[in-house]
Design a protein around this ligand. Structure first.
Ligand SMILES: NC(=O)c1ccc[n+]([C@@H]2O[C@H](COP(=O)([O-])OP(=O)(O)OC[C@H]3O[C@@H](n4cnc5c(N)ncnc54)[C@H](O)[C@@H]3O)[C@@H](O)[C@H]2O)c1
Length: 215
């Protein structure tokens, strides 16, 4: 069997790049999907045959359709999806800007739903697939930005609902990221800290042979 293929949204960014490193280490070919900097981000890995940069906006359905199609046209399969792209505009409720609210829901919640939608035909063909959507513990309280907390709470509902529809297709879908209390880069631990923090949760949820169940 040819090596499995994973798409990592927000793959040109901090955690996305670290997730890609973990997946490459576990034998995946990885498509870094990002609205900016994706082709340049592939240079970091030095493995042009196993890393693909795909410019796309997860909030735009045509862009998502084209991006997933580009991955399939390049490698002939799409096995796994990591919904990692996210934004967190800072605001209070008193200072709520509807445009910022909608942009947050569009990237953090509509994006994952559109990505899942356009991967489904590929998982049907393969007889299964895997999804991890990067959430955050802030949906339980303690977030400074209500739009972000609401979007991550929505991701819980999306994941649980998706289990019902995708389970029948043999797709495992999980939410991750609650472990990521603060970005290890911000804590001064650098990229090794990010990789260390992500390795176990990503492997547990995504790597073939280790992922179990849905939810
Ligand atoms: N950093 C943390 O401490 C932390 C904690 C818990 C969860 N998370 C979650 O982890 C994920 C990644 O966080 P990060 O800190 O690496 O963020 P980041 O800002 O460093 O990277 C996010 C990436 O997403 C991309 N992106 C944004 N909008 C996009 C769009 N419309 N289409 C395609 N790509 C888009 C950006 O270009 C960027 O490369 C987010 O979902 C975030 O909510 C982060």
């Amino acid at each position: 069997m040819s090596a499995p293929v994973a798409i990592v949204t927000g793959g040109a960014g901090g955690l996305g790049t670290a997730i890609a490193e973990v997946l490459l280490g576990d034998g995946f070919r990885v498509a870094l999907l990002d609205r900016r900097g994706a082709p340049e981000a592939t240079d970091h890995f030095g493995e042009p045959s196993r890393v693909l940069g795909v410019e796309a906006d997860v909030t735009d359905e045509e862009s998502v359709r084209a991006a997933v199609g580009q991955v399939d046209a390049t490698w002939g399969r799409v096995d796994a999806l990591v919904n990692n792209a996210g934004i967190e505009p800072q605001h209070s409720l008193a200072g709520l800007d509807p445009a910022a609210w909608q942009a947050t829901q569009a990237v953090n919640l509509t994006g994952p739903a559109l990505m899942i939608k356009h991967c489904i035909p590929h998982w049907r063909r393969l007889g299964g697939g895997r999804v991890v959507s990067i959430g955050s513990r802030v949906w339980l309280g303690g977030a400074t930005a209500p739009s972000y907390a609401a979007s991550k709470a929505g991701l819980v509902g999306l994941t649980r609902t998706a289990c019902r529809e995708l389970g029948a297709l043999g797709v495992t879908i999980k939410r991750g990221g609650a472990e990521l209390r603060a970005h290890p880069v911000e804590r001064g631990e650098g990229r090794r800290g990010v990789r260390r923090g992500l390795r176990a949760p990503v492997r547990r949820r995504l790597t073939a042979g280790q992922a179990r169940g849905t939810g």
